[in-house]
Design a protein around this ligand. Structure first.
Ligand code: HDD
Length: 708
């Protein structure tokens, strides 16, 4: 019996994978291209008989399936990717000869965002550092900028990387907790390695729970070197600045998201790209003179646990990145992409930062296990767009059919080819290792004294935050340490906090019920740098999500007006109603009050909130605009939960054409920051004004989500 072929639910998509070597066709085949008649039944000796070993199709199908998984990344296993383009302003050419930084040059790229600690299937909205890795396919070869969403790192020397990663990973006995830093081994490490305090502070801040990949800054972390066409060297730090500003979730949202939508960030990125709200970042540089000490204002530029405030060295923008295409195959692109900080192009070189030096070894090494051999750069997503003639030969998964018989240099049998720069017809700009003077020194295992300051930047960061941000930091430390079973570890970390800020330490100690220790280290006071706060400035609403609650009784014209205004303002509207189906204007309901949670939107408009009760009469009382007290027939009580969450998360709520008592009727404060009444035409502009600062932070005082 053959299985009936169902009607296709959508037109067959052409094979968009840019791989002309592998045409897919429409016929089902074996891996060798033989067309198959039946893939639903094994070959058996009669309908009730045993399966025959000779069934080569069965064996091929199962064998391939058995080997579908590759080892996940040891860190940054969970990620989401997107394609885009970098357009250079030309401003970088002054200090860097790289061709992709010349004015107007457009370079295709692929970005992968990730969490660090969790496994591939872990949740997105966990508290963690985020990876921000960019592969530029330049005409001079691939340049990888493998950074994070925080400008400092936990450790100063790569030899400590396995240690810090072992500490944050789940405990080895039971493999819990997953994708969490709130456990004993992590805080044991951090409290014993005070060099990790500055990065821990960033992770405990709102930066540890970003609202969206689209709203994260990116940092190259290390100091790199750029070389101009005339050979002049400068030291630089890379920065990605998001057009939408830097925004975060609040802790309640993060916890809800991890249950209600573990793919929260991945979905947000792909939805925005699908909707045409293409995420954008500017690439900027902080430029430093390449002086002998390689330091600036007392900050050692080779210490990756330190950053240089923008207030001291402004960022100079050199180009813009736009992400405009989702991957067409997660495995082929996002999983198989292989980054490496040593993928450099002429004009960009590394420094002696000991963390960076170790990374230069680690990334190729890990790909050999993860991607099954040394030929991973031949995978389509890793393939340079520049010609490759590398004399590397054979190995597992070799897909090139190399020509010639003399893959060695020099040779006379292949006409001397491939040519080094300056030989034969090769006049291309080569990669030149910068001829840095290496100081005469004694071999040994030690750090410079400048690496010993472990607290001043953590203090500077904390004291530069706004009151509500500092409160979030206090809550984060209290939560994380509250999850540690060992009181010794909690007390040791409190000791570190005492060196950072006495009030922070006291607030956390109060929550933990432990005594407040005094500082035991003298710490330099640095000028605050307000640029690390996320609460200053105002931002466009492009691609932000505007929830619109309507009912099946809401007039078509009201929905049409609100949706059109939301689209016009740049929002992505999300229609919510009690049940699914279509609203009066024909718009499909995006989420019902069963499938929606407050985490899915940045602001909420309430146009109407009645349930269509079977047999209920729609009279003037049940039309849009009429308020039904909770409990009345036709009222959906789930709206109360949605509103309370939205309120606690400091989001703007606009009641559209509702009576004055609307918010009180639903159990919220009647008036107050971010609770707005508006007519239909004024509703969306009201939300735009309130979202410019991301949240209505003034709704709560420093003590947290307790109404004033
Ligand atoms: Fe790393 C992956 C960023 C230090 C070893 N790292 C990885 C990724 C990012 C970073 C974004 C994911 C890339 C992707 O999406 O595929 N890593 C950083 C930053 C660091 C850093 C910003 C410090 C400033 N890393 C670091 C050190 C070592 C590694 C010191 C080892 C000595 N990192 C790795 C790795 C990974 C990796 C094990 C795992 C998967 C991979 O490389 O491809 O080699």
């Amino acid at each position: 019996m053959t299985t009936p072929v169902p009607e296709p639910t959508q037109a067959r998509k052409p094979n968009t994978n840019a791989d002309p070597g592998h045409p897919q066709g429409t016929a089902l085949t074996t891996s060798q291209g033989a067309v198959l008649r039946d893939t639903d039944h094994s070959l058996k000796a009669g309908p009730r008989g045993p399966v025959l070993l000779q069934d080569h199709h069965l064996r091929e199908k199962i064998t391939h399936f058995d080997h579908e998984r590759i080892p996940e990344r040891v860190v940054h296993a969970r990620g989401a990717g997107a394609h885009g383009t970098f357009t250079s302003y030309g401003t970088g050419s002054r200090i860097c000869s790289a061709a992709f930084l010349a004015e107007g040059v457009k370079t295709p790229l692929f970005v992968r965002f990730s969490t660090v600690a969790g496994s591939r299937g872990s949740a997105d909205a966990v508290r963690d550092t985020r990876g921000f890795a960019t592969k530029f396919y330049t005409e001079e070869g691939v340049f990888d900028l493998v950074g994070n969403n925080m400008p400092v790192f936990f450790i100063q020397d790569a030899i400590k990387f396995p240690d810090v990663v072992h500490s944050v990973k789940p405990h080895p006995d039971l493999e819990i907790p997953q994708a969490q830093s709130a456990h004993d081994t992590f805080w044991d490490f951090v409290s014993l390695h005070t060099q990790a305090q500055a990065h821990a502070m960033w992770v405990m801040s709102d930066r540890g729970i970003p609202r969206s990949f689209r709203m994260m800054e990116g940092f190259g972390v290390h100091t790199f070197r750029m070389i101009a066409a005339d050979g002049q060297s400068s030291l630089v730090k890379f920065h990605w600045k998001p057009k939408l500003g830097v925004h975060s979730l609040v802790w309640e949202e993060a916890m809800l998201a991890n249950g209600a939508d573990p793919d929260f960030h991945r979905r947000d990125l792909s939805d925005a790209i699908k909707a045409g709200a293409f995420p954008e970042w500017e690439l900027g540089l902080q430029v430093f003179e390449d002086n002998e000490g390689q330091s600036f204002d007392g900050i050692d530029l080779l210490d990756p646990t330190k950053f240089v405030p923008e207030e001291l060295v402004p960022i100079q923008m050199v180009g813009k990145m736009v992400l405009d295409r989702n991957p067409s195959n997660y495995f082929a692109e996002t999983e198989q992409v292989a980054f490496h900080p040593g993928h450099l192009v002429p004009g960009i070189d590394v420094t002696n930062d000991p963390l960076l030096q170790g990374r230069l070894f680690s990334y190729i090494d890990t790909q050999i296990t993860r991607l099954g051999g040394p030929n991973f750069s031949q995978l389509p997503i890793n393939l340079p767009h520049a010609p490759v003639n590398d004399m590397l030969r054979d190995g597992m998964h070799q897909t090139y059919i190399h020509e010639g018989i003399a893959p060695y240099h020099p040779n006379s049998l292949d006409g001397g080819c491939p040519y080094q720069a300056g030989e034969g017809d090769n006049s291309k700009m080569p990669f030149i290792d910068f001829p840095e003077l290496v100081a005469e020194s004694v071999k040994g295992r030690s750090n410079p004294v400048s690496f010993d300051d472990h607290f001043s930047q953590a203090r500077m960061f904390y004291r530069s935050l706004q009151a509500h941000e500092r409160r979030h930091v206090q809550q984060a430390y209290s939560f994380e340490l509250g999850k540690c079973a060992s009181e010794v570890i909690r007390a040791r970390q409190l000791q570190a906090l005492a060196n950072i800020d006495v009030q922070l330490c006291a607030a956390v100690a109060r929550e933990l019920g432990l005594p407040v220790p005094g500082a035991d280290t003298e710490v330099v006071d640095r000028e605050p740098c307000p640029s690390v706060s996320q609460a200053l400035g105002s931002w466009p609403v492009d691609g932000r999500i505007l929830g619109i609650v309507a009912s099946h009784h809401t007039e078509a014209s009201v929905i049409e007006t609100l949706v059109a205004a939301a689209n016009h303002a740049g929002f992505q509207p999300l229609l919510l109603s009690s049940v699914g189906g279509s609203l009066a204007d024909g718009s499909p309901v995006d989420r019902t009050l069963l499938t929606a949670r407050s985490i899915e939107f940045d602001a909420l408009l309430i146009a109407d909130f009645l349930v269509p009760v079977a047999g209920a009469k729609v009279d003037s009382d049940t039309k849009a605009g009429a308020v039904r007290p909770p409990g009345a027939i036709g009222f959906d009580p789930r709206l109360v939960l949605l509103l309370q969450e939205t309120y606690r998360q400091s989001k703007a709520i606009v009641a559209v054409d509702q009576p004055e008592s609307f918010f009180q009727d639903l159990g919220l404060e009647g008036t107050g920051p971010g609770l707005v009444h508006a007519s239909v035409p004024d509703a969306v502009p009201g939300a735009v004004a309130l979202l410019a600062t991301h949240r209505v932070w003034e709704r709560f005082d420093e003590s947290g989500p307790v109404p004033k």
